[in-house]
Design a protein around this ligand. Sequence first.
Ligand SMILES: *[C@@H]1O[C@H](CO)[C@@H](O)[C@H](O)[C@H]1NC(C)=O
Ligand SMILES: *[C@@H]1O[C@H](CO)[C@@H](O)[C@H](O)[C@H]1NC(C)=O
Ligand SMILES: *[C@@H]1O[C@H](CO)[C@@H](O)[C@H](O)[C@H]1NC(C)=O
Ligand SMILES: *[C@@H]1O[C@H](CO)[C@@H](O)[C@H](O)[C@H]1NC(C)=O
Ligand SMILES: *[C@@H]1O[C@H](CO)[C@@H](O)[C@H](O)[C@H]1NC(C)=O
Ligand SMILES: *[C@@H]1O[C@H](CO)[C@@H](O)[C@H](O)[C@H]1NC(C)=O
Length: 390
Amino acid sequence: MIFKQHFVFILYSLCASVFKGGQGQFPITQNVTVVEGGSANMTCRVDYNDNTSLQWSNPAQQTLFFGDKKALRDNRIELIRASSQELTIKIGDVSLSDDGLYTCSLFTMPVKTTKAFLTVLGVPSRPEITGFTKPAMEGDIITLTCSTLGSKPAANIRWFRNDKEVQGSKELNATGKSFTVRSSLQFQVDKGEDGVAYTCSVEHVSLSNLYTTTEVLEVHYAPRLEISKPQIDPLEGQYFKLECVSIGNPIPEPVLWSKDGGELPDIERMIVEGRELTITTLNKTDNGTYRCEASNHLGTSTAEYKLFVYDPNALGQHGPDHALIGGVVAVVVFITLCLIIVLGRYLARHKGTYLTHEAKGAEDAPDADTAIINAEGNHVHAEEKKEYFI
Ligand SMILES: *[C@@H]1O[C@H](CO)[C@@H](O)[C@H](O)[C@H]1NC(C)=O
Ligand SMILES: *[C@@H]1O[C@H](CO)[C@@H](O)[C@H](O)[C@H]1NC(C)=O
Ligand SMILES: *[C@@H]1O[C@H](CO)[C@@H](O)[C@H](O)[C@H]1NC(C)=O
Ligand SMILES: *[C@@H]1O[C@H](CO)[C@@H](O)[C@H](O)[C@H]1NC(C)=O
Ligand SMILES: *[C@@H]1O[C@H](CO)[C@@H](O)[C@H](O)[C@H]1NC(C)=O
Ligand SMILES: *[C@@H]1O[C@H](CO)[C@@H](O)[C@H](O)[C@H]1NC(C)=O
């Protein structure tokens, strides 16, 4: 019992001597990262402390708190905890100007200090796309610029053309403690750019989701016309339709139809509906060149179709290819038949000759063996004859 008390006393004096010498007393802090507008707790700890005071000061070396005593008039800064082992203060509504190196001091002899970074993240503004005047004209060179302000560290801008990433140029400017980030895309617009969506997206450590802005291009371009080819050959008496396919922005309307440079001759049979020309019953007199024409403020375009009306009764004229193929097939069939007949006749005759010779050899022979030999010999002759015959 006495021994135990003695031991505790020794331990206590040992520790006390360590504290008095100031050894082992060291303030410990941690870096803090906060998004602007948020609040940051700055904590400073001392594991073994006698009643020595702790102090927090800001990057400008102004004392914020000395122990539990507030030193700077700033109602954003409040005390969370003050004890011999900890001094924690809270900075509310943090702004980029609060960013910097904070100092915790322990007033031993000599004073011991530790520094902690308060990193304030600047939230980028929603991106804005500029440089596009709606609508653009085909052939114009345009520069789309996406910009975002106030990011710290600098935000990253990416461009997408209809969801496919494209590379833009990049430009950074420091404005105070934050950055203005710009990215530009320059290109010549053609009709293929009409209706294309360009999206600018901003990525930043302070954002949990991307910020995006999209600009859909509108490009005006001159009309381009084309007459779609009818599926069937025009036959007299048939119903016939031509469609004038037109593209252009603004849409080139109306589509005007003409025949051989003049007005459509027969309003009753020729009906124009929008881009379509319908001839209810084709007549040979409808032969000619049909043209459609349309304009917008950027120009005029035309397309032509040469109509040749076939007479369904004179099929010789129509589809000479079919007649030719028919003729060729007939000739081929005829030749094949002839060959089969000639070959058949020849084979029949040759078989007859062979049998006759064999029979002869067999007749002259005294016995069966000789008959076979004779027959073979005659067979050779027959072979020779056959070759000769060919
Ligand atoms: C605090 O941040 C500074 C600067 O970013 C860095 O040099 C230092 O190592 C950090 N300290 C700790 C304890 O993370
Ligand atoms: C700061 O400390 C207070 C008290 O412990 C706590 O309620 C608050 O959530 C802390 N704030 C941050 C940003 O850590
Ligand atoms: C610290 O101060 C308190 C009163 O302010 C006192 O009771 C305590 O004994 C002191 N501690 C040391 C280690 O000096
Ligand atoms: C950056 O600053 C320079 C000089 O002040 C200025 O000419 C340039 O336009 C600025 N760029 C951006 C992206 O703000
Ligand atoms: C074609 O037109 C002529 C003259 O307009 C008319 O006499 C003839 O009957 C028409 N033919 C057919 C097949 O409609
Ligand atoms: C149709 O037009 C062609 C050429 O334009 C011409 O040779 C032919 O005689 C015309 N047929 C009729 C029936 O008018």
